[in-house]
Design a protein around this ligand. Structure first.
Ligand code: ADP
Ligand code: ZN
Length: 420
């Protein structure tokens, strides 16, 4: 689609989507309170007339306040992971499920996969959208799909090897864990994987490169959230320079979370999404709390769907330590530069007298300790220096044995805050 085609399609779909949303009890009363009627929305340029929707609104309308169709038409529901509180529930008609599979297939195909590829989904199935979401998309593309689910690392490795799997999907933290488990006896490159679809949690460019080196595959960042179906919202093309966000299905805004106005193009803000094609449960101007920016300019791959940058994190991930704003990704970036360290880490926050303390727990990489305490001390001092430079205050470092920090099968819990 050209830009013009995308934009006129968006206008049509927005009108339809708002009218559909108004059929739910929640939006019927919300539009009324806000003084807007579906008829006021004639094109995409009317988006600003519509109210925002927050996670709190979804929680308040739980369980079915945002359902916009007869329950008989619903064929599936999912929930969010509940990372930041009570999970939210999302509903789909048959057509919604098909459209979602189509989007997901589009992502996987964009990465370069075809029906000849063998795909192992190492993501949790069930209510979590990373399981069935990727599964339906890969099947739609005609891939041979192995629904391995999360966990049981030994079996994951066995299946990949025995069935000559070429593409996998997982959280980056779990992919790192699998690689490190393998390194205990073997080289992850020997698996012959070509494509890694990693997402559902933030990770840095440095972490991507580390995963690519360990496995010898190409990593494609995958972004989605259950409120917008799940995975399949935005995905990297082989350029690996931002994720194309499917604008025929989502209206995309990036706003300043304080003023609620759009940020200048290319600046970081909160991602706001409107479903354009979902029928069972349209969501209007959903404030994702995820921070990103538009990648400016046309992508050399030729696709004209906008690109968004790797997530900086959620606005609620931001840590305030001694009055300084710190994102866990800033810590990760530094850790990944150190070859003597593994890919897992935990950030612990505590208080000593009145002062915030940050302790970063890292793991030695397998085989990295050569017996010299002196060189370990130097490496540690260098890490401490770089972390201090990054965040602006001193950070305690604890170095643990390889594989000794708690590993995650899904979204990693990177921060433990013990300050009250
Ligand atoms: P929850 O919000 O409870 O974690 P979801 O499973 O719906 O439930 O997760 C969606 C969230 O996961 C997104 O809003 C975002 O914060 C995070 N996320 C998903 N994919 C990525 C990604 N590729 N990079 C960074 N964060 C991501
Ligand atoms: Zn592209």
């Amino acid at each position: 689609m050209s830009r013009q085609e995308i934009e006129s399609f968006q206008s049509e779909q927005l009108v339809r989507s708002v009218a559909q949303a108004a059929k739910s009890p929640y939006y019927a009363s919300k539009f009324k309170d806000f003084g807007v009627e579906p008829g006021d929305i004639r094109s995409r340029s009317d988006i600003g007339k519509l109210p925002f929707t927050t996670k709190e609104d979804l929680r308040l309308s739980y369980p079915t306040g945002m359902l916009a169709v007869d329950p008989e038409l619903v064929v599936r529901m999912h929930t969010s992971s509940g990372t930041t509180g009570k999970p939210t529930a999302i509903f789909h008609t048959r057509e919604d499920v098909e459209n979602w599979a189509e989007l997901m297939a589009r992502c996987i195909h964009m990465a370069g996969c075809t029906a000849k590829d063998i795909f192992q989904n190492m993501s949790g199935y069930g209510l979590f959208t990373g399981g069935l979401g990727l599964h339906y998309g890969a099947e739609r593309l005609g891939m041979w799909v192995i629904p391995a689910g999360a966990g049981n690392t030994a079996r994951q490795i066995l299946l990949i090897r025995d069935f000559h799997v070429t593409a996998v999907h997982a959280t980056p933290s779990y992919a790192m864990h699998v690689a490190e488990r393998m390194l205990e006896g073997d080289d992850p490159k020997s698996l012959g994987l070509k494509y890694g679809f990693f997402g559902a949690e933030p990770y840095t460019e440095e972490m991507r490169r580390k995963l690519e080196e360990l496995y010898g595959l190409k990593v494609f960042n995958s972004y989605g959230l259950s409120e917008m179906n799940g995975p399949g919202v935005a995905f990297e093309c082989p350029q690996q320079n931002g994720m194309h966000i499917w604008e025929d299905s989502y209206y995309v805004e990036i706003i300043n979370p304080e003023t609620l106005q759009p940020v200048p193009e290319g600046e970081v803000g909160e991602l706001v999404l409107t479903t354009l094609r979902r029928t069972a449960m349209p969501i209007i101007r959903y404030r994702t709390r995820d921070l990103t920016r538009f990648v400016v300019g046309d992508c050399p791959c030729g696709r004209r769907h906008a690109r968004i940058d790797r997530m900086l994190g959620r606005s609620d991930d931001m840590l305030i330590i001694r009055g300084v704003n710190v994102f866990p990704s800033q810590i990760e970036e530094v850790i990944m530069r150190h070859k003597w360290l593994g890919g897992n880490y935990v950030i612990r926050l505590s208080k000593k007298e009145a002062l915030d303390q940050m302790t970063v727990q890292v793991e030695l990489a397998k085989g990295a300790f050569d017996g010299s305490v002196e060189s370990l001390r130097n490496q540690r001092a260098e890490l401490a220096r770089q972390l201090r430079e990054q965040v602006g205050f001193s950070v305690n470092i604890e170095v643990a044995e390889p594989g000794s920090l708690p590993a995650s099968e899904g979204k990693a819990k990177r921060v433990i805050d013990e300050r009250e």
